[in-house]
Design a protein around this ligand. Structure first.
Ligand code: ZN
Length: 504
C-alpha cells in the first residue's frame, strides 16, 4: 500500500527546488549528464550490479514459488522462512523473526455472485480485504448507490434496507484517483451501514476484468459489512440495467477466514556497526502482499532489494553504524508490522539515524522523500552524491501516510521513502496482474545499487543524518503535510492524540 496525492506535481517541483538548493545542475542539464557515461560507481554499487547479485533468484522464488502472501496465510509463513534463509545466505550477523500484536486475522477463501432475476448471469467478484463473510448465500435486490457517498445512500432511503448496494467508480488512472478512492472509503462504509444495506458491490476501477484486493480500514480491524469488488465490465452492465428501471435480484456469497487478535511476525536482520554500533540505520520493505497476484511490484521486488543491499554491505568493510534490515508484514492490513516493530523498539528510537523504506515497485529512483524534513537536505545530499549522476539524488519534502515509514515519522525519527517513477506501478497495483513478468530486473538492480549507496552513505557518515523531532515538531509536520486530516478521515487520529501511537 502506498497512497498519496499529486505525485507528478510534487516530484517535479521538489526536484527543481533540490537542484537549486544543492547547486546541482538543473533538470535539463542533469538529463544530459545522466545520458553521458557515468563516473565509476562506488564499490558498494558495483557489488550490487555484479554477477554475484542474488536479486533475480530471490525474487523468482518469492513470487513464483511462494506467490501472493496475505499476512496470516500459509504463503505468508513460507515468505517469513524465505526471508530468514535469504538473509542467512547474505551473511548478515543475525536474523530473527520478531512478533507483534495484530488486531484480527483475515484470509480470503472465495467469493461468488450472480444476477438471478430477471435473467441469470454470473458476476466476477472478489472480497475486499478485512471484510467479513456473508452468512451463507445472500440473495437481495440490487440498488444503485451512485458513487457511494453519504448523500447517495441517503437518497435511497428505506430502499437500502437489506439490499445489495452497487457503487459506481471512475477509472483509476493516477495517484490522485487512487488517493481519492482510499479517502472516500470510510465514508462509504459508514453511509452503507447507516442505510442498512446487507452488502456492497464496488465497481473495479480497472477495465478489462482486472480485479484487485482493496481495504477500507487502516487499523487492521475487520469491517462490519461484506464488501465485494465486481469486475468493471460487470459493474457497468449492472448500472445500465438499473438505469433502465429493471428490478435485479443478486446472489452474493463471500467466504473469508476471520479470526481475533493474534501475533504477526517481521523478519529482522542486522549487521553490527564497527564504531557506533548503538546507532541504527534501518532499511525496510513490506514482505506481505495481496493475494490475487504474486506481489512482484508490491512489494516483492523491494524485499529482494533489501536482501541484496544486506548481501552487498556484508561482503564489504563493516559499516560504522549498525544497519538493520526489516521485512515488515501486515502492511497491507494497516501498517501493522511496522507499528508493532516501533512499539517493541520504543526504547531505542533516540538511536535511529534514519529509516529508509522502499515501496513503489521497480520504478526508477529519483531520490528520496524526506517526509517533512528539509533540515536533513545537507546530510542526505552528501549520502546521495555518488548517485547524483544517475538522477537519483532528488529530495522531496512531502510527508506520506501509506507505508511503513509512518510510525517512525510519528516517533520523530528521520524517515525516507524512495521516490520512484510510478508509471509502471499503478496499472498492476494490488491486482491479479502483479506478477514477476511485470518486473524490469535491470531497473530493479539499479535501484538496489542506489539504495546500497544511500544506506552505506548514511551508516558511514561523520555525523548523524538528522536528530529526533519533538512531539511539537512532529505535530507540525502532520498538520502542514495534510497527514493530520488523512489520519482523522481514516480514524487514526485518536491514537496519536492520546499518546497510544507516536512520540509522547
Ligand atoms: Zn506496498
Amino acid at each position: 500500500m502506498i497512497m498519496r496525492p499529486g505525485i507528478r506535481r510534487f516530484g517535479i517541483v521538489a526536484l527543481a527546488a533540490a537542484s537549486v538548493l544543492s547547486g546541482a545542475p538543473a533538470p535539463a542539464a542533469r538529463r544530459k549528464a545522466a545520458a553521458a557515461p557515468a563516473a565509476a560507481p562506488p564499490a558498494i554499487a558495483a557489488e550490487v550490479l555484479s554477477t554475484r547479485s542474488r536479486m533475480d533468484d530471490d525474487l523468482r522464488t518469492l513470487c513464483d514459488e511462494i506467490g501472493g502472501r496475505a499476512t496470516g496465510s500459509r504463503a505468508y509463513e513460507a515468505a517469513l522462512e524465505w526471508g530468514k534463509e535469504a538473509f542467512r545466505r547474505a551473511k548478515v550477523d543475525s536474523v530473527e523473526l520478531e512478533s507483534y500484536d495484530a488486531p484480527a486475522k483475515w484470509e480470503g477463501v472465495r467469493a461468488a455472485a450472480s444476477v438471478l432475476q430477471p435473467r441469470r448471469f454470473p458476476l466476477r467478484v472478489v472480497s475486499f480485504g478485512n471484510a467479513p463473510s456473508t452468512r451463507g448465500t445472500l440473495m437481495a435486490k440490487l440498488v444503485d448507490a451512485g458513487n457511494g457517498t453519504r448523500s447517495d445512500f441517503d437518497r435511497l432511503g428505506t430502499r437500502a434496507r437489506g439490499a445489495i448496494a452497487l457503487v459506481r467508480t471512475k477509472p483509476m488512472t493516477s495517484f490522485d484517483d487512487l488517493f481519492a478512492e482510499y479517502l472516500a472509503g470510510p465514508e462509504m462504509l459508514k453511509a452503507a451501514q447507516a442505510g442498512g444495506v446487507a452488502a456492497v458491490l464496488f465497481t473495479s476501477t480497472r477495465p478489462r476484468d482486472l480485479l484487485y484486493r482493496h481495504t477500507i480500514t487502516f487499523d487492521g480491524t475487520i469491517i462490519p459489512l461484506p464488501i465485494a469488488q465486481v469486475a468493471r465490465e460487470d459493474g457497468l452492465r449492472l448500472a445500465r440495467l438499473l438505469e433502465r428501471g429493471l428490478d435485479l435480484t443478486v446472489s452474493l456469497e463471500i467466504e473469508n477466514q476471520v479470526g481475533g487478535p493474534w501475533k504477526g511476525k517481521n523478519v529482522v536482520a542486522e549487521i553490527r556497526g564497527s564504531e557506533k554500533p548503538d546507532e541504527i540505520v534501518l532499511l525496510g520493505a513490506h514482505l506481505d502482499s495481496w493475494d490475487l497476484g504474486t506481489g512482484a511490484l508490491d512489494n516483492g521486488v523491494n524485499c529482494a532489494l533489501v536482501v541484496e543491499v544486506a548481501r552487498a554491505i556484508a561482503s564489504g568493510p563493516r559499516p560504522k553504524r549498525t544497519v538493520r534490515f526489516v521485512l515488515f508484514t501486515g502492511e497491507e492490513n494497516g501498517l501493522l508490522g511496522s507499528r508493532g516493530y516501533v512499539a517493541a523498539h520504543e526504547a531505542e528510537m533516540d538511536r535511529y539515524d534514519a529509516v529508509l523504506i522502499h515501496d513503489i515497485g521497480d520504478g526508477r529512483i529519483l531520490g528520496y522523500f524526506t517526509d517533512g524534513r528539509p533540515d536533513i537536505h545537507g546530510s542526505l545530499g552528501q549520502a546521495l552524491a555518488p548517485v547524483s549522476g544517475w538522477g537519483a539524488a532528488g529530495m522531496n519534502d512531502e510527508a506520506i501516510l501509506g507505508t511503513d515509514n509512518f510510525d517512525f515519522l510519528l516517533e520523530g525519527v528521520p524517515n525516507l521513502i524512495a521516490n520512484q517513477e510510478t508509471a509502471r506501478y499503478l496499472a498492476d497495483y494490488h491486482a491479479a496482474s502483479d506478477t514477476l513478468d511485470k518486473v524490469d530486473m535491470a531497473q530493479a538492480r539499479k535501484n538496489a545499487a542506489i539504495a546500497a549507496v544511500a544506506v552505506s552513505g548514511i551508516a558511514n557518515a561523520p555525523t548523524r543524518l538528522g536528530r529526533r523531532q519533538s512531539r511539537a515538531e512532529i505535530s507540525q509536520v502532520l498538520e502542514k503535510s495534510g497527514i493530520a486530516d488523512q489520519m482523522r478521515t481514516y480514524g487514526l487520529w485518536a491514537d496519536w492524540e492520546s499518546g497510544r501511537r507516536g512520540r509522547r
